[in-house]
Design a protein around this ligand. Structure first.
Ligand SMILES: *[C@@H]1O[C@H](CO)[C@@H](O)[C@H](O)[C@H]1NC(C)=O
Ligand SMILES: *[C@@H]1O[C@H](CO)[C@@H](O)[C@H](O)[C@H]1NC(C)=O
Ligand SMILES: *[C@@H]1O[C@H](CO)[C@@H](O)[C@H](O)[C@H]1NC(C)=O
Ligand SMILES: *[C@@H]1O[C@H](CO)[C@@H](O)[C@H](O)[C@H]1NC(C)=O
Ligand SMILES: *[C@@H]1O[C@H](CO)[C@@H](O)[C@H](O)[C@H]1NC(C)=O
Ligand SMILES: *[C@@H]1O[C@H](CO)[C@@H](O)[C@H](O)[C@H]1NC(C)=O
Ligand SMILES: *[C@@H]1O[C@H](CO)[C@@H](O)[C@H](O)[C@H]1NC(C)=O
Ligand SMILES: *[C@@H]1O[C@H](CO)[C@@H](O)[C@H](O)[C@H]1NC(C)=O
Ligand SMILES: *[C@@H]1O[C@H](CO)[C@@H](O)[C@H](O)[C@H]1NC(C)=O
Length: 855
């Protein structure tokens, strides 16, 4: 009865194969392919014994738990297996090369691959199988490196291997190979490796001497900053000490110490090294923590037994889960929900690993607790600011055992991967808009903004830290001084001075850095260093806006003075000539109006105004002369009225002073100056060009309290203010808001760059990594984006002035419409944002207009 229902059940479940074409463990025994490579053994007898033992063992295990799970075995005599479709598990005992070619087949069919192989074999990825290399004690170093690489724990593309001469060539060359061969399932990115040996002397002093000798001449730039040091425990301390004194341990370098003899020397407690750790260093240790008293048995059979026991346990667990699931729901649902082959593989592997770990650590399992290594990583970044000066500590970041390889609980170099690891760091700042601003929110909290804080926030994200801001009490602010009579704008945002409290905080290393914009200079040299400049300020000068020339005599403008003089002369000469010709011509009659030279001049003048005389002369010669004069008059009048339109369209402006050369050319009419303490003074002194020396010689230095007067003087057109372009622009814009019109113009010349940077303590280890990030911010264009947001550089005033000008001129033209025939012409000088200027002309006809641009 039972049998029948079981078969029925099996049939029902099998018919559900459409959903999940691999049978559940309830319907079919797990099937295992066993591949044992003959060449893995020294001789045939050993091979045959092993095969027999394995089969016996599996049969035993399955017999013990026959009622629960069963394993169908198939033994392949040949290692060239291509089809493993119907199996659940592959157990292989083969050389590394064979194992990996079998693994390719197994991976395709989603088999659980359990492998035993020789040492120095890369491991499978965690989701595909378990590989156990047979490692004789003392030979494990190279395997550890294979496993570190499988775990993707080091991101090195160049490595310097340092070791002392107590290690034999073979060990080192196997380690080198483990580091530098390509792995079957990993991308390979190691570019270079270099090997250095130093002599292991018995006395501390000579040992240090040899190490120093080697490290002193080290070309870090060419060889990279990743160091792998394979040493004994006493030499490790020496290398650390020498590297520290040579200042080679920096936040951008990585030092990995492999300490092999920690067990023999009774020093598996490596906390003694923390005294040698420096702030901002990246140091990690991998040390031998094998318990030398523990039982250990490294044979093939014990590993097979370990694996089979774990497998059988895992299959049992999977079967139990399936049965439980099956009992809870209908067959269709079960077929839909139960794990597919890949999911079951993951489940089985997970359980196998749990069992292996449990066995090894709890009871020692079948093979005992053979080798055991620990990874320790130094936590050193930001300790300055948190706990005081010496509180670097070590964390356990992982372990290594031969059966499962490395188990990392943290990165080997936590700071390389996680930066400051999210700690809170102090920084200093003060209110100095637009660079850095401190404002209060509605809830009374301080809020920090401005360009510098844009940078700091991004830096915090990149280097993984949060910050607490310290600011000194005395705060300077931007002042808008309002007098009763007229309103003046004064800007005292400056990066030339910085509160001394801030410099002290930085120099005493109470803060990571000062989030303040500060001009790069020599003050404080020896106490503070600058980061990369976050911004370059250029200098320009501010002049009064050039006024329009008076229009009073505009009607004379079309002709030059000489033309007017010639015209007057020709009238005066024409008059008498006409009189003479008229008088002496044979048919002369006394025509009234031409009877005196004076009357003739009047007649000619009348003709010029196209009024004509009352009478025409009678003689042909005189008439001819008058006729010629009329022709001249026509040309003159047409030319004049045409030019007049143009002069009315383009009102004449004073020439603007736009360059330093212009300024120097106007030196007799204008004075110029810049604020006291400006670094411009130093720059000008050191400048090469002659014009800058003239600029400096004749300049007046204002002190900060005089700014209101200075601005007034500039507005009046008597003085020119030289300062940062952004400051001047700010002044212009404020003035525009207050007075509703442009009264200044800004030079097009931008000269002298003033770099502005944040400050950091003189010997802070973090300068380099902060600079690297700043450099990236510049390159990615982020910095420009922030600068654009915080310090708009658009020349608003000049824009609005051109627009205003166009309007004005159009209105003008309407008034003088009389001179246009069938079309009108308007034009304007157009200055674009990019700084180039064009002219355009618009030709208006009845049916619309066309616009022409001229560069
Ligand atoms: C599993 O194998 C055992 C013995 O080899 C056999 O008796 C049993 O019928 C098999 N079970 C299934 C579901 O195939
Ligand atoms: C690690 O320690 C064990 C136990 O003392 C020792 O047998 C083994 O050789 C050591 N490993 C290395 C690489 O020295
Ligand atoms: C290590 O410690 C054990 C006992 O804890 C001691 O017997 C042994 O002599 C020590 N070995 C060395 C090298 O200090
Ligand atoms: C290691 O040694 C330090 C003192 O050097 C001690 O404070 C610490 O408890 C020791 N750690 C272990 C795990 O023995
Ligand atoms: C790795 O180590 C952690 C902590 O020691 C442990 O909980 C975990 O089970 C280990 N994992 C493996 C796969 O060994
Ligand atoms: C920052 O550090 C914390 C603590 O180590 C870590 O959990 C987190 O992933 C890190 N964040 C980044 C972006 O690296
Ligand atoms: C810091 O300043 C010193 C001199 O003041 C200079 O020698 C050193 O190169 C600077 N460091 C950096 C990283 O700029
Ligand atoms: C500039 O300022 C310094 C002090 O900061 C002062 O000694 C000097 O007299 C000032 N120069 C002028 C021209 O005001
Ligand atoms: C400003 O300069 C004038 C002279 O140019 C000087 O008399 C005055 O003391 C200065 N004021 C300050 C605050 O330096």
């Amino acid at each position: 009865m039972n049998m029948i229902s079981f078969l029925l059940l099996a049939w029902i479940l099998n018919s559900g194969d459409a959903f999940n074409d691999f049978p559940s463990l309830i319907t079919a025994n797990a099937s295992m392919a066993i591949v044992i490579d003959k060449s893995f053994f020294d001789n045939k007898i050993e091979y045959r014994d092993t095969v027999r033992n394995i089969v016996d063992f599996i049969t035993n295990v399955t017999n013990e738990e026959a009622h629960m799970s069963d394993i169908n075995m198939h033994i392949f005599r040949d290692t060239n297996v291509n089809n493993l479709r119907d199996y659940t598990v592959l157990l292989s005992v083969a050389t590394c090369y064979q194992t990996w070619s079998l693994h390719d087949v197994a991976r395709k069919e989603e088999l659980v691959h359990l492998a035993i192989t020789n040492q120095d074999c890369p491991r499978f990825s965690d989701s595909e199988g378990v590989i156990i290399p047979l490692i004789p004690m003392g030979d494990e170093l190279s395997q550890i490196f294979f496993d570190i690489r499988t775990a993707d724990a080091l991101f090195w593309n160049s490595v310097n291997i340092l070791h002392d001469d107590t290690f034999d060539k073979n060990t080192i060359s196997r380690v080198t190979k483990a580091i530098s061969t390509a792995l079957p399932n990993k991308k390979f990115n190691l570019v270079s490796r270099s090997l250095f040996v130093f002599k292991h002397a018995n006395s501390d002093r000579s040992r240090r001497y040899y190490i120093k000798d080697m490290l002193e001449t080290f070309h870090v730039e060419q060889l990279g900053k990743c160091f792998l040091i394979i040493v004994t425990i006493d030499a490790a301390a020496d290398v650390m000490e020498v590297a520290k004194t040579l200042d080679m341990v920096q936040p951008d370098s990585q030092w990995l110490y492999i300490i092999t003899d920690s067990v023999i020397r009774n020093s598996t407690n490596i906390t003694t090294f923390i005294d040698l750790l420096t702030e901002g260093s990246n140091v990690a240790f991998i040390y031998n923590a094998t318990d030398s008293d523990a039982y250990c048995n490294v044979t093939l059979m014990c590993h097979v037994q370990e694996l089979i026991a774990a497998l059988s346990n895992a299959l049992k667990l999977s079967l139990m889960t399936e049965m439980e699931l099956y009992n809870r729901m209908s067959e269709e649902e079960f077929e839909l929900i139960r794990l597919n082959k890949n999911e079951r593989r993951q489940e089985i592997l997970k359980n196998i690993k749990i069992k292996l770990v449990e066995d090894t650590f709890a009871t020692g399992g079948t093979c005992g607790k053979c080798l055991f290594w620990r990874f320790a990583s130094a936590i050193t970044w930001g300790n300055f600011f948190i706990h005081g000066k010496t509180s670097a500590h070590l964390i356990n970041s992982g372990t290594w055992i031969p059966t499962l390889g490395v188990n990392l609980t943290d990165a080997i170099f936590p700071h390389i991967v996680h930066g400051f690891r999210g700690i809170n760091l102090p920084i200093a700042t003060y209110h100095n808009p637009p660079w850095q601003t401190i404002s209060l929110t509605n809830t009374g909290e301080k809020e920090y903004g401005g360009l510098v804080f844009d940078v700091i926030r991004y830096l915090g994200k990149k280097l993984n830290f949060t910050y607490t801001v310290h600011s000194p009490r005395s705060n300077r602010t931007v002042k808008f001084i309002r007098n009763e009579s007229d309103i003046e704008v004064v800007l005292t945002s400056t990066t030339r001075k910085i509160p001394p409290e801030i410099v002290d905080m930085v120099a005493e290393k109470k803060v990571l850095l000062a989030a303040c914009a500060y001009t790069v200079n020599d003050r404080g040299r020896g106490k503070i260093n600058f980061t990369l400049p976050i911004f370059m300020q250029t200098y320009s000068f501010l002049t009064a806006k050039p006024g329009q020339l008076s229009r009073a005599l505009l009607f004379t403008a079309p002709f030059t003075k000489e033309t007017w003089a010639c015209l007057a002369a020709s009238i005066i000469i024409m008059g008498p000539i006409l009189y003479l010709i008229h008088k002496y011509s044979p048919s002369s009659t006394r025509t009234s109006g031409l009877n005196s030279p004076w009357q003739c001049i009047w007649y000619v003048y009348g003709a010029l105004l196209q009024q004509g005389g009352m009478y025409l002369p009678h003689s042909d010669s005189a008439r001819l002369l008058v006729g010629v004069w009329w022709l001249v008059v026509m040309v003159l009048v047409a030319t004049y009225s045409g030019s007049l339109v143009a002069f009315l369209t383009f009102p004449n402006m004073d020439t603007a002073i736009l360059t330093v050369d212009d300024l120097i050319a106007h030196k007799s009419q204008l004075t110029w100056g810049f604020p006291n303490g400006s670094f411009l003074e130093e720059y000008l002194k050191n400048a090469e060009e002659e014009k800058y020396h003239i600029l400096l010689e004749r300049s007046i230095i204002h002190n900060t309290t005089q700014e209101a007067e200075v601005i007034k003087k500039v507005k009046a057109g008597k003085h020119v203010l030289i300062d940062w372009r952004s400051t001047l622009m700010f002044a212009m814009r404020s003035d525009l808001l207050l007075t509703d019109g442009c009264s200044f113009s800004l030079s097009t010349d931008e000269f002298m760059d003033e770099p502005i940077a944040m400050i950091i303590a003189q010997d802070s280890p973090y300068v380099k990594i902060i600079n690297t990030e700043l450099h990236r911010m510049h390159e990615s264009g982020l910095m420009n984006k922030w600068i654009g947001e915080q310090i708009p550089m658009k020349d608003k005033c000049s824009d609005s002035s051109t627009n205003q000008g166009v309007e004005e001129r159009k209105a003008w033209l309407d008034q003088y419409y009389f001179c246009a025939a069938s079309f009108t012409v308007t034009g304007a000088k157009y200055r674009s944002d990019a700084g180039y200027s064009l002219f355009f002309l618009e030709i208006h006809r009845e049916d619309g207009f066309e616009r022409f641009y001229f560069p």
